[in-house]
Design a protein around this ligand. Structure first.
Ligand code: PMP
Length: 347
């Protein structure tokens, strides 16, 4: 484009909400050694609130406005690992709503401070209780929504505006950015909104696209996918992915395979993403990439194939954790096992 043509085209967003989405698709060049297929990363930390969840923040608010559930000056309550809170808080600031977020106590301090900086009230609840315990973050947020005047739950775990936001935005973007040349879509699963909505769109374009969900060791999704049974869940450190119940936003009919990844492998890969690819990503991104590499190695695809991995958020949120050697050592994630063994790389 000539300079004059560029000059003639104003590029002004009415609000920062218009800058959500259209995130870059970036080729991975080093962490994918041993995989011949082309591996691309959808870099969601480029969203204004720093994560993929900006997409559903405004989508859930607009849906609640349309249905009349959310009234002017109302309050939005949500249980969130942090990123959905940021997406909601930014949209709420612009639309004139208040926000209250309920977070489990395992979440990083940076996320809590960030949400408070965005104007939200943040309530911290214990992580190690069952979802139906009155102290759980699900129960506390439900009670707050009931007891606060003019308040609603955004409802990322049941609100179909969550997967629909990905059906409308994430899926079409990936299809356009790859010009339809995509053989696998790989993403971590939290609420399941990202994988369900994106996969639905992609499979409508081409049903042969393989959709792979990555799940942390400790979550019950993997067992459910393999057996249809909801077994016990146990604690893990990676944030934002895996569940101890089955949300209605997780649509397994679009998922072809599930790979389970442990904390240590996730965090080692997170650090490699920064040092080898220059992508300053969060722990669930390392998890998604580690799981993707294991799955892709097993496929043994050649150069003609393309896989897209979605990277949900930024490393900025984990400076005091994954990027702290002390924290990594305290949790046994810095022990000197050979990296090749840890990451299941076959020479
Ligand atoms: N990674 C992080 C860091 C997240 O906050 C989330 C959202 N909970 C996810 C991955 C998973 O996204 P989804 O809820 O759409 O499955």
């Amino acid at each position: 484009m000539t300079e004059t043509a560029t000059m003639a085209m104003p590029q002004i967003h009415d609000t920062i909400l218009d800058a959500i989405g259209n995130t870059p698709l970036v080729r991975l060049n080093r962490v994918n050694r041993g995989v011949r297929a082309q591996v691309l990363a959808k870099v969601e930390y480029m969203n204004p609130g720093g994560s993929v969840k900006d997409r559903i923040g405004i989508a859930m608010i607009e849906d609640a406005e349309r249905s009349g559930r959310l009234k002017p000056g109302g309050t939005i309550v949500e249980p969130t690992s942090g990123n959905t809170g940021a997406g909601l808080a930014i949209a709420a600031a612009i639309r004139g709503y208040k926000t209250i977020f309920v977070m489990p106590d395992k979440m990083s301090d940076e996320k809590i401070r960030y949400l408070r900086a965005l104007g939200a009230k943040v309530v911290i609840t214990p992580t190690a209780v069952e979802p139906d315990d009155p102290r759980s973050y699900y129960s506390v947020s439900k009670r707050l929504a009931e007891e606060t005047p003019n308040a609603i739950l955004a409802g990322q775990y049941w609100n179909q505006a969550n997967p629909e936001a990905h059906y409308r935005t994430t899926g079409p973007e990936i299809w356009r950015q790859t010009a339809g040349k995509i053989d696998a879509f790989i993403a971590g699963m939290g609420t399941g909104g990202t994988i369900s909505g994106t996969a639905k769109f992609l499979k409508e374009q081409n049903p042969n696209i393989q959709v792979v969900g990555i799940d942390p060791v400790g979550s019950l999704y993997t067992e459910y996918f393999r057996t249809g049974q909801l077994g016990p869940a146990f604690g893990y450190k990676v944030e934002g992915v895996g569940e101890d119940f089955l949300p209605t936003t997780m649509h397994f009919q679009y998922v072809d395979d599930v790979v389970q990844v442990g904390d240590k492998e996730s965090f080692v890969m997170t650090r490699r993403m920064v040092r080898e690819e220059g992508l300053f990503v969060g722990g669930s991104c390392g998890m998604a990439v580690a799981g993707a590499m294991r799955w892709l190695r097993a496929q043994n695809w050649d150069e003609s194939k393309t896989a897209v991995i979605l990277l949900p958020d930024s490393g900025v949120r984990y400076i005091s954790k994954i990027f702290s050697d002390d924290w990594m050592r305290e949790n046994g994630f810095l022990e000197s096992e050979p990296i090749s063994q840890l990451l299941d790389i076959r020479p």
